[in-house]
Design a protein around this ligand. Structure first.
Ligand SMILES: [Fe+2]
Ligand SMILES: [Fe+2]
Length: 267
C-alpha cells in the first residue's frame, strides 16, 4: 500500500461503526487510521479521518448518518490524522459541538481553526449523549497532552485514541486476526514512536495507569490505530507494558531515505 486508502465502514459494537482507513508508513508497513460513529440518541463522531481521503471519508460518513443530525465531534487530539476533515464536517453539521480539552482548544486556535463550538471536557467528567454517558479517560499513552479517550457506559467499549495502536503488514478486520508476534511487535514499535516518554516514566505510576484501564472493565478496545480488539485487553495491556523497556525508536536517516526513494529497501 503506497498511498492512504479508505477501506470502508465496519460495525464494531452495538450502535457503533468504524470508518476504516490505512496510512502507509515507509519502512514499517501501514498504520490503521480509524474514526468512529456512535449512533447514540445524540450521535457522536470520534475524530474526523485523513484530509488526504476527504471526499471518500465524507462519502462514507454520509452513508451512516445525515450530518445535520450529528451532535458531537469527539476530537481525541489535534493531530492531523484525527482532525483532517474537521472543517468540512463542521460546515455540514451545524448542530455538532467539538469535544476537547482546554489545551486542545488552544492548539486549534493556534491553527486558526474555529473554537466557538468547542465543549470542554476533562478526564473524570462525562458527556451525556442522550441515551448514554461517555466517561472521559486519559489513555495510558498519548503523543499530545490534550488527548482524551472515553468509555461508552452503554456498550462498555473503550475508545483509546493513539493508545494501543500497532504498525501492521496488511489490513485486518480485527486485532485478533493478527499473528500474535506481529501484534506484539507492531504495538511495541508504534508505542515507542508515539510515546517516547514512556521509557522515562515512573514504573509505579505507569503500572497504575494500566490498572486504571483494567478498572474500566471494557468489553473491547477501539483504538484509532488498531483494528477492533474484543477480549484482548490483557494481551494488549501486556504488549503496552513491554514497550516501556523496549529499545528507543530511532527513525531511518537521510541515507536510508534516499535508498528508499531509489527503490532500495522498500517494504
Ligand atoms: Fe497522535
Ligand atoms: Fe494518531
Amino acid at each position: 500500500m503506497d498511498t492512504p486508502t479508505m477501506i470502508g465502514i465496519r460495525s464494531v459494537a452495538e450502535d457503533t461503526v468504524s470508518l476504516v482507513s490505512y496510512f502507509p508508513i515507509p519502512f514499517f508497513g501501514i498504520l490503521p487510521v480509524n474514526a468512529f460513529l456512535i449512533r447514540a440518541a445524540e450521535p457522536v463522531l470520534v475524530d474526523t479521518g485523513l484530509g488526504a481521503l476527504r471526499e471518500s471519508f465524507l462519502d462514507h460518513l454520509r452513508q451512516v448518518i445525515g450530518l445535520s443530525e450529528l451532535r458531537w465531534i469527539w476530537l481525541t487530539h489535534t493531530d492531523a490524522d484525527h482532525m483532517g476533515n474537521l472543517l468540512p464536517i463542521l460546515a455540514e453539521a451545524p448542530r455538532a459541538r467539538i469535544v476537547t480539552t482546554y489545551l486542545g482548544m488552544g492548539k486549534m486556535s493556534l491553527q486558526q481553526l474555529p473554537v466557538e463550538r468547542v465543549y470542554l471536557l476533562n478526564p473524570g467528567q462525562s458527556l451525556h449523549a442522550g441515551d448514554r454517558d461517555l466517561l472521559c479517560v486519559k489513555p495510558p499513552t498519548f503523543d499530545a497532552p490534550e488527548t482524551t479517550g472515553f468509555l461508552d457506559a452503554r456498550t462498555r467499549m473503550f475508545f483509546s485514541a493513539d493508545c494501543f495502536g500497532a504498525l501492521m503488514k496488511a489490513p485486518a478486520e480485527s486485532a485478533g486476526e493478527l499473528e500474535p508476534e506481529d501484534l506484539r511487535e507492531g504495538m511495541v514499535v508504534w508505542t515507542t514512536i508515539d510515546a517516547p516518554w514512556l521509557a522515562t516514566a515512573d514504573r509505579r505510576q505507569w503500572v497504575r495507569s494500566l490498572d486504571r484501564v483494567r478498572g474500566l472493565e471494557p468489553k473491547g478496545i477501539l483504538s484509532s490505530h488498531l483494528p477492533p480488539a474484543v477480549g484482548l485487553d490483557e494481551t494488549l495491556l501486556r504488549h503496552l507494558d513491554s514497550a516501556q523497556s523496549a529499545a528507543p525508536f530511532m527513525g531511518p536517516d537521510q541515507a536510508a531515505l534516499e535508498n528508499l526513494t531509489k527503490g532500495v529497501g522498500k517494504v
